[in-house]
Write a protein that binds this ligand. Structure first.
Ligand code: ADP
Length: 338
């Protein structure tokens, strides 16, 4: 709807260009054709005039001259009418074509605009939730005449939890923006083993607290990439694998060559993802409904969208296989460095 007037303006612009070209060509065609016509008929007139003059042919000569002038006039008029029809046909056809072209030109911009709007709306919503919770708590406590020190402590503790959530969210948003721009990422040859080990070390504490064992099978495969970004990506996948797995289960991480890619797989024995959620889990702020499972994981639905952006900045992609109740496998596919 918002883009309707932009479609119209661009259509008018395209039609104006096409009509300008068509009119310039028509005028040129008219000029050339009428000149050619009068030159041809002029030659015939000259031939007739060159004939020896006699009573016998002077009358036909005058008739011919008149007919010749009329013919030039008529041909020019016909040419003009045909060119006007031609331009009208161009106008009708170009209106349709221009509208089609305008839609094609603006469609990706409109989609981007919608995506950006949705992102801003979702981000504002997520920011407002902890802020509203803090504000309500503070207001309620301030109205309490018997509000004492121990209650103040509780309030501050609760506010701190909300501030932590806000920090998590703003860090996520900042990281996503950083990878969306794809700037300042330097690539080098790195051993995947180092990436896997560093990421594993960062989540080991969380895994232990959940009694989840991470088994990493490493090898000597190398990729061209940014080490810190790839570590961040693996942390996101491992962190999710821990968050969405029941206590006492296991996670496997390994890498292998597959065609033109080097695959790094993170396999868990967690709650899995419904087929209806799979197409959306990489969208910012998308969180599947886990109310049926006993898992209540904290998050804003930004992790996988950051992971996807990092993979794309390495010309790679992430594939997901999952079945509810049977765990998930996330495969990061990076191009083999030549
Ligand atoms: P967050 O974990 O903060 O909600 P993510 O973007 O990392 O956000 O993940 C999006 C959603 O994908 C999660 O809410 C969850 O529903 C689903 N998901 C991601 N990884 C897993 C996994 N290993 N097992 C089950 N569900 C997962």
């Amino acid at each position: 709807m918002r883009f309707k007037s932009a479609y119209l303006k661009l259509t008018i612009f395209y039609v104006a260009i096409l009509m300008l070209v068509s009119i310039v060509f028509s005028v040129a065609i008219y000029e050339i054709s009428s000149q050619e016509l009068s030159r041809g008929l002029g030659r015939q007139g000259a031939m007739l005039r060159d004939l020896p003059s006699s009573e016998f042919i002077s009358q036909p000569r005058m008739d011919f001259e008149r007919t010749r002038m009329e013919q030039i006039q008529e041909s020019n008029n016909n040419l003009k009418i045909n060119l006007v029809y031609f331009n009208l046909a161009i106008l009708v056809a170009s209106s349709g074509i221009s509208y089609f072209l305008a839609r094609r030109t603006l469609k990706p911009i409109e989609e981007m605009f919608d995506l950006q709007n949705r992102f801003t709306a979702d981000a504002s919503h997520e920011l407002r939730t902890p802020l509203t919770a803090m504000k309500t708590e503070i207001e309620v406590n301030l109205r309490d005449k018997k509000f004492n020190l121990s209650e103040a402590r509780k309030l501050l503790q609760s506010n701190l939890e909300e501030v932590d959530k806000l920090e998590l969210l703003s860090n996520g948003l900042l990281t996503l923006t950083q990878y969306q721009n794809g700037q300042g990422i330097e690539f080098e040859n790195i051993l995947l083993k180092d990436v896997i080990e560093e990421a594993q070390a960062k989540v080991e504490g969380l895994a232990q607290s959940e009694r989840i064992e991470i088994k990493a099978k490493t090898n000597d495969l190398k990729v061209k990439g940014n080490k810190q970004s790839l570590v961040k990506l693996l942390i996101i996948l491992l962190d999710n694998a821990i968050k969405y797995s029941p206590k006492g289960t296991g996670i496997t991480v390994f890498s292998e060559i597959s065609g033109n890619y080097i695959n790094i797989k993170v396999k868990d024995q967690g709650i899995g993802i419904k087929a209806s959620d799979l197409p959306y889990i990489f969208n910012p702020f998308y969180r599947a409904d886990h109310s049926r499972s006993k898992i209540s994981a904290v998050g804003y639905g930004l992790g996988l969208s950051i992971a996807k952006k990092i993979a794309e900045s390495h010309n790679g992609k992430i594939e997901t296989e999952s079945k509810p109740g049977h765990g998930s496998t996330f495969t990061l596919k990076l191009p083999k460095s030549s």
